[in-house]
Design a protein around this ligand. Structure first.
Ligand code: FAD
Length: 418
């Protein structure tokens, strides 16, 4: 029988909640600590596009990104934004990040992403089964929208990589698209559609429901700011939470884009940056897509959600503390009207979130070689909702001494250390 350990999970987004729940199911005594309630809009897990992106093996930097990035930055309709004052801080991360867009590196990254994303729907179903969170999981198609076939062919590298990993798609011309969704405007004439996808109808409420289930089944929750994590003798660790020292057999760091400071204090370089992203949530829309659409030219998603239509995506570099910008929201409005020229809505919410992104687009999962009682679980970039439940299982396997049955080397903690 597995030893019953006393475990603290720091961070209650999808990664932390999934990890806490799988550890609880293993019989451990688990405390989840976050400075805000799980499902709160301050989490990245609240405002994402909701996609369980099973074929997302293609990282953002791909061959040719060096040429495309400046154009995206200066085009007022481009999906990339930069707060220029942040550039000096960003460069040490940005240069190696872009260098990882080399073909051989991207192929290796895709290989390592596959075990984390390929079975995402099954992983979410297994986590949520029998809990109130189950109701938020939708299944159906997922389409990449392009102005025309030529624009789709510009993305041939990414689609070839998906195919190499066993993913097939259906190509739809404008007539076929209009049969399925007659509201689509003339700006879009081609789509590549994958089936067997999943999406979450309200990611914030999904996380809140999972956390409530965890607590209802005997897990402990505590609202506090963790200022420090301390390695202890015997492979144990402690946290300082709102000034109070709490010891545990293991501490899991699942604090998303805010993890760098805690990791550095343990002597690790996490190579982590926030890729800021936005959403525009249209309540009471006159039109909803039948399934999520990725507007490939605009780099954002239009996802049908329980409470309306959510446009989510884009990338802005500017750090964790700068306020939200207006330009991304204006871009959503212009582009969603290109998708649906007759769209109207009753009210809207806007949101800024922080993707936790490493220079090799892979998370850090596993024990710290410098502090063995501390386990890392962050860095899931654009795919944290997709990977959360699987990450939780892998952490529970590692803590429980079970073989995770996948090669964990690509996610190794310490791989960016000097
Ligand atoms: C616009 C946008 C769209 C996206 N769309 C998708 C998508 O469709 N599919 C997908 O898979 N992913 C998507 N993502 C990415 C995904 O949302 C993130 O990767 C994921 O939410 C990260 O989850 P997390 O649990 O690691 O971090 P978070 O959800 O950010 O949670 C971290 C938690 O740690 C807490 N915390 C931090 N520091 C401390 C501290 N010192 N003490 C106490 N608590 C602390 C925070 O309060 C927070 O609650 C999107 C992201 C954005 C921005």
């Amino acid at each position: 029988m597995m030893d019953r350990l006393n475990i603290i999970v720091a961070g209650g987004g999808i990664t932390g909640v999934s990890t806490a729940e799988w550890l609880r199911r293993d019989g451990h005594d688990v405390t989840l600590i976050d400075r805000i309630p799980p499902g709160d809009s301050g989490q990245t897990s609240y405002g994402n596009a909701g996609i369980l992106a099973r074929c997302a093996v293609v990282p953002v930097p791909v061959p040719g990104v060096w040429k495309k990035a400046p154009k995206m930055l200066f085009d007022p309709n481009g999906p990339l934004f930069l707060r220029w004052s942040y550039l000096p801080k960003l460069l040490p991360w940005l240069i190696p990040y872009l260098r990882n867009g080399r073909r051989d590196k991207v192929e290796a990254i895709a290989e390592a992403l596959m075990p984390l994303v390929g079975d995402t729907l099954e992983q979410h179903q297994a986590l949520a089964k029998g809990t109130p969170a189950e109701r938020w999981i939708n299944t159906g198609d997922y389409s990449y929208f392009y102005p025309d076939r030529a624009a789709f062919q510009d993305d041939a590298f990414g689609f070839a990589l998906r195919k190499a990993h066993g993913f097939e798609w259906e190509e739809r011309d404008r007539d076929t698209l209009l049969e399925i969704d007659p509201h689509i405007g003339p700006a879009y004439g081609f789509a590549a559609t994958f089936n067997g996808y999943g999406w979450i109808g309200d990611p914030g409420r999904y996380v809140a429901d999972l956390a409530a289930w965890f607590e209802g089944q005997g897990g402990r929750m505590r609202q506090a700011e963790i200022s420090e994590i301390l390695p202890l003798e015997g492979g144990r660790a402690a946290v300082i939470a709102d000034g109070e020292r709490i010891e545990a057999d293991r501490v899991v760091i699942a604090t998303g884009a805010w993890s760098a400071r805690l990791a550095r204090a343990l002597g690790h370089e996490p190579a982590l940056e926030t890729e800021r992203g936005y959403h525009l949530w249209l309540r009471g829309p006159s039109i909803r897509p039948p399934h999520p659409y990725m507007l490939a030219d605009a780099k954002f998603l239009a996802t049908p959600m329980e409470a309306g239509l959510r446009c989510a995506g884009l990338v802005e570099f500017g750090g964790l503390d700068a306020p939200a910008s207006d330009a991304p929201i204006e871009l959503f409005k212009r582009q969603v009207r290109k998708l649906y020229p007759t769209l109207t809505w009753e009210s809207e919410d806007t949101w800024l979130g922080h993707r936790p992104s490493t220079i090799d687009s892979l998370p850090l999962i596993g024990p710290s070689p410098k502090a063995p009682g501390v386990v890392f679980a962050f860095g899931a970039q654009h795919l944290g909702l997709t990977m959360g439940p699987k990450t939780g299982r892998l952490v529970a396997d590692m803590i429980g001494g079970r073989n995770p049955n996948i090669d964990m080397t690509p996610y190794k903690v310490g791989r960016f250390d000097n």
